[in-house]
Design a protein around this ligand. Sequence first.
Ligand code: C2O
Ligand code: CU
Length: 479
Amino acid sequence: MPISRRDLLRLGGAGVAGATLAGCQTAPPGNPGGGLVDSSDPRIAQVETARARSGASVAASLRAAPTTVDLGGVLARTWAYDDQVPGPLLRAGAGDELAISLTNDLPDPTTIHWHGLRLRNDMDGVPEMTQDAIAPGTTFDYSFVAPDPGTYFYHSHVGLQLDKGLAGVLIVDDPDEPGDYDAEWVIVLDDWADGIDGATPESILQELQQSSGGMMGDGMEVTYPHYLVNGRLPADAETFSAEPGQRLRLRIINAAADTTFRCALSEHHLELTHKDGVPVRPVQADAVIVSMGERYDAVVTVGDGAFAFIAAPEDKAGLALAILRTSAQAQVPPATRDYPEMSGEVFFGSHLTGVDVPGYSVEDDPEVTIDLTLGVARGAYTWLINDVTFDQANPFIVEQGQTFRVRMRNATHALHPMHLHGHTVQLEEGRSWQDTILVPNMATVTAVAVADNPGKWAMHCHNAFHMEAGMMGTLGYQA
Ligand code: C2O
Ligand code: CU
């Protein structure tokens, strides 16, 4: 007996609420805001006032507007911050107050989300959850303390705007860091179709929705015409110059919408030092899997020559590339994914081991478990958490101060990098701290955290199409 999508959603939703949310309350249906701390609650300002401050502040302004960008011989009509892809690099120190004004010169409303920051809820940039989207022709002032050092990024949180050029890097420096490196290379990975042959993120989603009728949308991925490092095609790859023997810190940020990358530097090991901005026990990797929204820092001791930084889309053809050069004479390394490092010791998030980091701790056993079953509808490009799409979902509720567990079970054959806003959680396996957690196909990953940042927080897959097609929820604090 065929079951319609509507039936599936309704049956699943009803069944799941009782079965897998044991120990976790949900808000009354039809009133998702009822009884929760919302973005105007005075508790948000209280928590902000209590944050450690450096006394310094960093001011910047960004302008989101339509523009044409040169990807290296290919022009793309798109939307970007300050006409650049990626957007301007923002940099502050831990504890600094950031004052960033965003002028919206787009034809549509927009916001900025400060991805990975444990910031005040009303500055988190999620439309209808933490603020009203910023209307065209107006300016909004973001102002918040950046509490923790690390590699972060910022991007629009409206619709599929992230899959245009609306993303950039935010680095928060640690005044106490030993700084055991000589140079720093910021590497932004992206998949690109916007403005190429008439494609837009919206047209891609439409195609996904149309072509999945009658079959499982499961595992369906977008084949992009281009993959970029720092906004550049392999044919016009960025060259980073360094001296042989230097210690080079890479900050790798995956700003793509639908592409997980396998990254390696030819003839080098990557010493992975940070995940999502937080230190981990350093480990030597040949390659690292970086999914959407994830950030890795790595240190390399650079050799003498010219080397390829390769970012190969996982399970897709194509390549993103940049060059590291320490010798003017050395030949340009070939643009291929066939480097031995790509199939050596390959790491992803669950493989990491945490270390003690000031400001991050979970003392108590979790009182609450939030179970997320990551699923897909039959015969539709519709992605589900606990059998429902975001518009049907009740918030998951915690109380301020509670320790909670999030258990993510991937019941699909796709990868889901799950991102929780406003919190950094500790994986039970390996104890590393992360805000964007790659949950491999059919796998379960469990993490714990303390509810210390009141507000309503988005919790979603960082595949932009999965999120737009339903795979999102809310973590709410009991008022
Ligand atoms: Cu970078 Cu809600 O995401
Ligand atoms: Cu997903």
